[in-house]
Design a protein around this ligand. Structure first.
Ligand code: KG4
Ligand code: ZN
Length: 340
């Protein structure tokens, strides 16, 4: 990496987290995230409310990121922002803020693909975390996406498998809704699963050819199962919540690991990384680790704070692009369906 002294501000506003981060060369100096509590009562993200909350949060969040990094905006060399994919109303807030800040400071603007950022978060300089060598496989698992990506270089990525319906995070969140848990349900299911028996209940795994995923059938299977059981015993959920969560988690992890095994076999690549909100899951982390002795993999799991949506991952991509003089024009537009 370069020996220049580069400060970059990263801004993330693709969904319901407003985030800002300052990176100095490859090292994160600050990583501020404002979660939007407002969506909890709706059991999912409400786009209009998300956009409004971003407008309220963005100035204080950026301000805090600069303060925590102990710099002023005049120190910055470039502004990196999430261009997409995500919710259009949310993306527009970050995009227009980044554009005006870059213009006001007369420094380069750098657009970042959110899904690439989840993968490139592995290149943040962080003690105790190794960076994967190219080529490696990255499985991005979040509330909006489920993909297996062959990463040949920083910006040379190919999606080799993806979900044909729901994302894996949605499977967690929708299962949680059926069970009466809060939103997002992933972390809670993960916690409850610890004290349950993963083989207590069996759920059918989807049959999807090749490296693609499907999670909508699993969600329906869980719904019918719960409806059937609660008819017999109205307290079924309360009495079995740990076992239900452990069994759901076991099934989901099985689906993910099966596809990773196939991807590794087909490509011959044994360096395997995960990213995205669901990579915070303790079960998938353990299963990946087990793959080291079972399948000869070398695995890479991001630091916890870089798994769910954050701006540090946007800042590292900004830094990598800055080194390549890969800047955006002021007329760049947000793109809700931006592809890798
Ligand atoms: O990457 P992310 O913050 O936002 C998107 O880009 O979607 O991911 C959020 C998703 C939610 O579905 C949430 O339930 C899930 O990540 N999640 C988890 C865990 N922590 C977050 N799922 C399972 N186990 C967890 N520990
Ligand atoms: Zn994300």
């Amino acid at each position: 990496m370069s020996s220049q002294n580069i400060y970059i501000l990263g801004i993330e506003s693709s969904c319901d987290d407003t985030a800002a981060s300052v990176i100095y060369n490859g090292k994160i100096l600050s990583n501020v995230v404002a979660n939007q509590k407002i969506h909890e009562e709706y059991g999912g993200v409400v786009p209009e409310l998300a956009s409004r909350a971003h407008q309220q949060n963005i100035v204080p969040v950026v301000d805090q990121a600069l303060k925590k990094a102990n710099i002023t905006k005049e120190h910055l060399h470039a502004i990196a922002f999430t261009r997409g994919p995500g919710l259009m109303g949310s993306l527009l807030v970050g995009t227009s803020f980044a554009k005006s800040l870059a213009m006001g400071l007369d420094i380069p603007l750098i657009d970042v693909n959110h899904m690439q950022a989840h993968i490139l978060a592995h290149f943040i300089d962080e003690e105790g975390f190794n960076k994967p060598p190219f080529p490696f496989l990255a499985m991005t698992i979040s509330g909006g996406h489920t993909q297996i990506v062959k990463v040949s270089n920083y910006f040379e990525m190919e999606v080799i498998g993806e979900t044909i319906d729901d994302a894996v995070g949605e499977a967690y969140d929708k299962s949680g809704k059926i069970l009466g848990l809060g939103y997002p349900a992933g972390p809670e299911i993960d916690k409850l699963a610890h004290s349950g028996n993963p083989k207590a209940f069996q759920f059918t795994k989807p049959k999807v050819a090749g490296l693609n995923f499907s999670f909508s059938g699993l969600k329906t299977g869980i719904l019918y199962f719960i409806q059937r059981e609660t008819k017999v015993n109205p307290n079924f959920i309360e009495e079995n919540i740990n076992d239900i969560c452990a069994s759901i988690q076991y099934t989901i992890i099985g689906i993910l690991i099966d596809k990773l095994k196939l991807a590794s076999k087909q490509t011959g690549i044994k360096h395997i990384a995960i990213g995205g909100g669901v990579s915070a899951n303790s079960g998938i982390r353990q299963a990946l680790k087990n793959g080291e002795s079972k399948f000869g993999w070398t695995t890479y799991v991001p630091k916890f704070e870089f798994t769910t949506d954050n701006a540090a991952m946007i800042a590292i991509v900004g830094y990598l692009k800055y080194l390549e003089n890969n800047f955006s024009e002021q007329n760049v537009t947000a793109s809700a369906r931006l592809k890798i």
